[in-house]
Each structure stands twice: as structure tokens, then as C-alpha cells.
Write a protein that binds this ligand. Structure first.
Ligand SMILES: C[S@@+](CC[C@H](N)C(=O)[O-])C[C@H]1O[C@@H](n2cnc3c(N)ncnc32)[C@H](O)[C@@H]1O
Length: 262
């Protein structure tokens, strides 16, 4: 299977750049799911295993299976100490390598907008989760300006560039998620917004963790130094910076949960 055209050089780069945002949002998401202990979990698009580790630490799972198309990410996930409770294998959300009714809960953490056919991805989660089990997801509200690196993307747009969006970016809107979950036959559907505010010592720290990873990086790498300085000025102007130069930024995600009919 070919690597997706997207994302991060490796799991460690992901953890440095996006990982800190996703850990905070993932924790809020898990608290909201409030799962029983002892469940069999499927982490679809597990990537570097950051969310799997949250499940391991918070949910006393009996089992976690992680699936992701990226071998580089999976290699990093396999280095995590998860007490032999987790397994990570290559696979695609639209053709999950599991039998039906295999899990108690399936989740997509920051993944649904990358899945080329989100409806098929949700149908696959429903297939592999037992009746009464949970199917849930959360995703940055990219179209609503919630992406952690949105100020950089907005700055690029203001300079005439067209920063790449995930292929199914529309699936991260809350109304689109509701429709996907309802169309898949899920019941007891609930949604919420998750806000994550992070502080940075200064603008350079935000820039360092944001501009060095992800889908926008090749675009930045190809820019002239003068253009980068212009972009930085535009990004800075979009951020909340206090009198000591400290930066705060708030990202927003949409989350959804539902149950497979009994
Ligand atoms: C933003 S990362 C999220 C990783 C992890 N879930 C977390 O919360 O830290 C998105 C992940 O989706 C994966 N992905 C992309 N397309 C996918 C697909 N069709 N099926 C499953 N995963 C996919 C990527 O390889 C990447 O690891």
C-alpha cells in the first residue's frame, strides 16, 4: 500500500508538531466518551499511536488494535510502552482488516477528513463494532478556522498561496458528521465542540512547532526567505500576543459519538 500523500515525516515529528494539540483534545474527547473499562478498542488512523496511548492510560482497555496506512507512523507507534495490550498494523479505514462485531468501540481521532470515502469509513467502523458498541470521532474544524495551524494557512492565503486541505475536509463539519453517523444507522448520536488553548513562550516557538511539520511544509520550504519573513509578519498579526511576547492560540475540533443498534 502506498504512503498517503500527506502528513508528517515520521511519528516523532508528528508528536512534536501536532501531537501536543491532539493529546489535549483527545483527552477531552475521551472524558466525554466516558467509556466503561475493559473494552476492546479499534483506533482507526492510529498514526504515531498518540491517541492509542491515551486510551491505554485512561480507559483500562483489554485490547487496542491500531490501523494506519503509514508504515513510518506505525513503526513509531510500536515503540510505545503499552503493556502488550496494543497492536499496530497497516490498513485503510475503508477496508478494515477485521471480522464483523470484533470490537466494543471504534474511534477515528483526527482522521475522518483524510479518508477518501468518509461514509465507507464510518460504515466499516459500524461493521466491526458489536451491537450496542460505540463509534466515535473527532476532527479539527478546518473549514471553521479551528485547525491549530490555521493562522499560517490564512497568512499563506493572504499572499495568494493555496495551502493544501485534507481530501475530505467537509467531513469535519459538525453537520456533515451528524449526517454520516445517522446515515450509517448509528443511534444515540451526540456531538460537541472541543476547544484547546495553548501558550507559547514567543512567536518563534509557535512557528517552530507549527511550520516545520505537516502538509504545508513543502510549500514553506519552496518559498524565498523574504516571502517567509512576510508570511511570519502576517501570521504574527493574526495571533494573540501579550506585552511580554507570549503567544496563545486556540484550536477547535468537532466530536461525535453514537451507538451501533442492538
Ligand atoms: C492527524 S493524524 C492522527 C493520528 C492519531 N489518530 C492521533 O490522534 O494522534 C491522521 C492519521 O490518519 C491516517 N490516515 C490517512 N488516510 C487514512 C485512511 N484512508 N485510513 C486510515 N488512516 C488514514 C494518517 O496516516 C495519519 O496517521
Amino acid at each position: 500500500m502506498s504512503e498517503p500523500r500527506i502528513l508528517f515525516d515520521d511519528g516523532a515529528a508528528y508528536d512534536r508538531g501536532m501531537g501536543q494539540w491532539s493529546l489535549v483534545a483527545g483527552q477531552v474527547f475521551l472524558d466525554w466518551l466516558a467509556p466503561d473499562p475493559g473494552l476492546r478498542w479499534l483506533d482507526v488512523g492510529c498514526g504515531s499511536g498518540a491517541f492509542s496511548e491515551l486510551v491505554f492510560r485512561n480507559c483500562a482497555p483489554t485490547e487496542i488494535q491500531g490501523v494506519d496506512p503509514s508504515e513510518a507512523q506505525l513503526a513509531f507507534a510500536r515503540t510505545r510502552q503499552l503493556a502488550n495490550r496494543a497492536e499496530f498494523q497497516q490498513g485503510d479505514a475503508i477496508a478494515l482488516p477485521f471480522t464483523s462485531d470484533r470490537f466494543d468501540a471504534a474511534v477515528m481521532a483526527l482522521v475522518i477528513f483524510f479518508v477518501p470515502d468518509p461514509a465507507k469509513g464510518v460504515a466499516e467502523m459500524v461493521r466491526v463494532v458489536r451491537p450496542g458498541g460505540r463509534v466515535a470521532a473527532y476532527a479539527w474544524d478546518n473549514l471553521g478556522g479551528g485547525f491549530p495551524f490555521a493562522p499560517i494557512q490564512d497568512g499563506l492565503r493572504s499572499m495568494g498561496f493555496d495551502p493544501p486541505q485534507p481530501p475530505s475536509v467537509g467531513a469535519s463539519r459538525i453537520e456533515a458528521m451528524r449526517e454520516l453517523w445517522a446515515d450509517a444507522g448509528l443511534q444515540s448520536i451526540e456531538t460537541r465542540e472541543i476547544s484547546v488553548t495553548r501558550g507559547f513562550a514567543d512567536f518563534d516557538e509557535y512557528w517552530g512547532v507549527s511550520a516545520t511539520v505537516g502538509r504545508t511544509r513543502p510549500m514553506l520550504d519552496a518559498m524565498q526567505p523574504a516571502e517567509i519573513e512576510q508570511l511570519k509578519a502576517r501570521v504574527r498579526a493574526r495571533m494573540t500576543i501579550d506585552s511580554k511576547g507570549r503567544v496563545t492560540h486556540t484550536a477547535r475540533a468537532n466530536a461525535i459519538k453514537g451507538r451501533v443498534p442492538e
